[in-house]
Design a protein around this ligand. Structure first.
Ligand code: ZN
Length: 162
C-alpha cells in the first residue's frame, strides 16, 4: 500500500467533478487500499479520491477506529435532522469552519465486491458523508460553511487540546 499525496486547497483538481466508477477493477481496489493507508497516516476521518488527485467517485470514511466504510459511486438517499458543528479538511490544513449538516444521512453506494448497499450514519459520520461526497462534485466545506473560525479561535482551540 502506498501513502498518497493529499492535494491542498489551491490545486484546481479539487474543484473538478469526479467521474463514476464503471467497473471495480484491480486499479480501483488498489486506489481504495492506498486511500485507507493515506487516511490512517493522516489521522483524518474521511478521504475522497479527488483529494489524492484521482477524479473518481470513491470515498473512504472511518469515524470510529476499525469501522471502515468504503463508498464507490455514493449517493445520499435520505437525510434528517440538523447539526451545527466544527469541520476541517485534510486539504485545508490549519483551517476550521462551522457547518450545518443533516444529523442522519443514508448513503447508497457500491462496495469493492461490486454490490450495491446502504449505510446510515449519524453525528460525525453523517457530517463526514456530506463533506466527502461534496468533494466528488468539487465542493469544499468553506463553500457551505456558516462561517470560518478566526485565527484567535483556532489558537484557543489548540491551547484547549494541550
Ligand atoms: Zn475534505
Amino acid at each position: 500500500m502506498a501513502i498518497l499525496k493529499i492535494l491542498t486547497e489551491e490545486d484546481p483538481i479539487l474543484r473538478k467533478t469526479s467521474r463514476k466508477v464503471d467497473a471495480i477493477t484491480p486499479r480501483i481496489q488498489i486506489l481504495l487500499d492506498d486511500m485507507i493507508a493515506t487516511l490512517h497516516k493522516s489521522g483524518g476521518v474521511g478521504l475522497a479520491a479527488p483529494q489524492v488527485g484521482v477524479l473518481r467517485r470513491v470515498v473512504v470514511v472511518e469515524t470510529e477506529p476499525g469501522n471502515l466504510i468504503e463508498l464507490i459511486n455514493p449517493v445520499i438517499v435520505e437525510t434528517s435532522g440538523s447539526q451545527t458543528g466544527q469541520e476541517g479538511c485534510l486539504s485545508l490544513p490549519g483551517r476550521w469552519g462551522i457547518c450545518t449538516r443533516p444529523d442522519t444521512v443514508t448513503v447508497e453506494a457500491t462496495n469493492r465486491r461490486g454490490e450495491r448497499f446502504r449505510v446510515t450514519g449519524t453525528g460525525l459520520t453523517a457530517r463526514c458523508f456530506c463533506h466527502e461526497l461534496d468533494h466528488l462534485d468539487g465542493i469544499l466545506y468553506p463553500d457551505v460553511a456558516d462561517r470560518m473560525l478566526t485565527r484567535a479561535e483556532i489558537d484557543k482551540m489548540m491551547e484547549d487540546d494541550d
